[in-house]
Design a protein around this ligand. Structure first.
Ligand SMILES: CC(C)(COP(=O)(O)OP(=O)(O)OC[C@H]1O[C@@H](n2cnc3c(N)ncnc32)[C@H](O)[C@@H]1OP(=O)(O)O)[C@@H](O)C(=O)NCCC(=O)NCCS
Length: 170
């Protein structure tokens, strides 16, 4: 698995992965990602800004085919995390998508993210997850994350907060 920073040419690939994922979820009756949040334009702008900041990563095979993507940054959203949590250095994981034919790769990607955060002196790998998607919550719990709390925010769909100590090897 080759992990490299995304560039602007990857925007279309990332949007395709997202569409594939939302269709797969919809087939299973899961509404997460059924619509772009808050709008398609704003979603694309956010992804592009993350690419330009060097914070989006592409996971490819030896033939350069994309297997997965993930974004990592250090912005602690004050709507979600308390001042004490914000003061404790952390890396925030977003937009993790693994293509269906590579299912199983997510664990390895999160281990890599944890090691990277640890090397950078960050204590936590944190994620905000779709508020009522308990299947996905269980997935993160199985991957070494602990539930921090769940916020029911009217204007933000991902209020279930999880974190994993970066010192905890995968
Ligand atoms: C979540 C994801 C990255 C995990 O990838 P992975 O570690 O390679 O593992 P898998 O794809 O095999 O998924 C692991 C399990 O979680 C379940 N799962 C994955 N995404 C889910 C979701 N969004 N909602 C509910 N369950 C989900 C899978 O069905 C699978 O369940 P199973 O073990 O009973 O078969 C990948 O499934 C994915 O891209 N999902 C869609 C996008 C998404 O939800 N990303 C996370 C955003 S916070």
């Amino acid at each position: 698995m080759i992990i490299e920073r995304a560039d602007a040419n990857d925007l279309g690939v990332i949007l395709t992965l997202r569409t594939e994922a939302s269709e797969w979820l919809a087939q299973r009756g899961i509404k997460q990602w059924a619509v772009a949040w808050p709008t398609p334009e704003e979603q694309n702008r956010r992804i592009l800004a993350s690419i330009e900041a060097g914070e989006t990563w592409m996971i490819r095979d030896e033939n350069e085919a994309t297997m997965a993507t993930v974004a990592l940054d250090t912005f602690s959203d004050p709507r979600l995390w308390t001042p004490e949590e914000q003061a404790d250095p952390a890396m925030y994981l977003h937009r993790l998508i693994v293509r269906r034919k590579h299912a199983g790769l997510g664990t390895e990607i999160m281990d890599w993210a944890c090691h990277r955060a640890h090397r950078l002196g960050l204590h936590w790998l944190r994620i905000d997850v779709w508020t009522d998607n308990t299947g996905l919550h269980d997935y993160y719990l199985r991957n070494g994350f602990k539930h921090v709390r769940t916020l029911n925010l009217a204007d933000y769909p991902s209020g279930a907060l999880f974190q994993r100590a970066t010192s905890q090897p995968g």
